[in-house]
Ligand binder design. Structure first.
Ligand SMILES: [Zn+2]
Length: 350
């Protein structure tokens, strides 16, 4: 064999080997690709992982041990750790009249438990923004909470123990139950004392649309003491209050009537915006300026004074406590009550 022929055969052999290797690699890649996991599968897996990591809402899971909650007791300036179920008893005692129907107390128990969970940091909640090292404070900023002995002082001695047992029953009968929306514990189970006959859309009060906080009818609350209230101001004092917040918006107390005008109302009938001279103010702001019971008010101008007549008590979003009691008295159970005030939600066990 000549030297040139040898090179020819060697190079042809090498090219063949190279082509074969390339071919085998290609074939094995095509064959093995579906076995080792398709791109689609990997994407799905990643997405589900990301989703579960990014959801701040509390997932439903089985709690074998008791959930603990850290409560700031403002009177003592201390943080107390207690069982969630014990904490709920103290919230019902402080937040709802114990004479209410048991189904209303049970609805309150579930709403209070859900609210607490939305604040318990270890459960994925956002703790109270007013105090350090506590999940919730015991004031209206979070939920009002009272210990049994403290609450009993205000109750008639002969009824105290029976009242407390009623609260304990409402907690026991709803143990671990929370309000969920789309399979997750809701973050805004707001409630308030008395409605004006309708609850508010969250979007019109908090400028944030929350799907389960929609305006619903809430009849039967007329017997509540705070259903209708009236506050009287002299023209002078109201002018001074308004000008204190918005200087020179009312030129003189004589021109008060022509300088206050209700501009718009919410679906439920509350004041959305009002005109104070040249300034537009929200009903929520006006309520806080004057310490009104609600934003559902009308203004009556007399010769030297102004009456502000309010309907309802509280922010009007979510469950009305008096409305819950009215529903309970007409034989609705706590799940029906919660389903009415928190539209599209369910009651589920943790
Ligand atoms: Zn708080």
């Amino acid at each position: 064999m000549r030297k040139n022929d040898m090179f020819f055969y060697l190079s042809r052999f090498l090219i063949t080997v190279l082509i074969s290797i390339t071919f085998i690699t290609l074939i094995s890649f095509i064959i093995l690709r579906p076995v080792s996991g398709t791109k689609e599968n990997i994407t799905k897996l990643d997405k589900s992982e990301i989703k579960s990591k990014n959801i701040p809402n509390v997932p439903i899971k089985n709690h074998e041990k008791n959930i603990k909650v850290k409560v700031y007791i403002s009177q003592k300036r201390t943080v107390e750790e207690m069982d969630l179920e014990e904490y709920i008893k103290g919230v019902i005692a402080a937040e709802m009249p114990v004479e209410f129907n048991i189904e209303a107390l049970k609805a309150q128990a579930v709403a209070a438990r859900t609210y607490a969970l939305a604040h318990i940091e270890s459960e994925g909640g956002k703790r109270c923004s007013n105090v350090l090292n506590a999940d919730l404070c015991n004031t209206t900023h979070c939920q009002v909470f009272m210990h049994k002995d403290e609450r009993m002082k205000d109750w008639p001695k002969s009824k105290g123990e029976a009242y407390w047992r009623k609260i304990e029953d409402s907690v026991k009968e709803t143990r671990s139950e929370v309000i969920t929306y789309g399979g997750k514990v809701i973050k805004e189970p707001y409630y308030f004392a008395v409605s004006s006959g309708n609850t508010e859309n969250a979007s019109e009060v908090f400028s944030e649309s929350i799907p389960y906080l929609k305006s619903v009818k809430s009849p039967g609350e007329e017997s509540a003491q705070k259903y209708k209230t009236s506050i009287s101001y002299s023209n002078n004092s109201l002018t001074n209050i308004i000008n204190g917040y918005y200087p020179k918006s009312i030129p003189s107390s004589n021109s008060l009537k022509s300088n206050i005008k209700i501009k718009s109302r919410t679906e439920a009938g509350s004041v959305k915006e009002l005109q104070l001279g040249k300034t537009t103010v929200s009903g929520v702001k006006f309520r806080s300026m004057l310490g009104l019971n609600s934003t559902n008010f009308s203004i009556v101008f007399n010769k030297n004074s102004v009456d502000i007549v309010c309907k309802g008590y509280g922010h009007g979003v979510g469950m009305s406590q008096w409305g819950a009691n009215a529903m309970a008295k007409s034989n609705k159970n706590y799940k029906e009550i919660l389903g009415h005030y928190y539209q599209g939600t369910k009651v589920e066990k943790l």
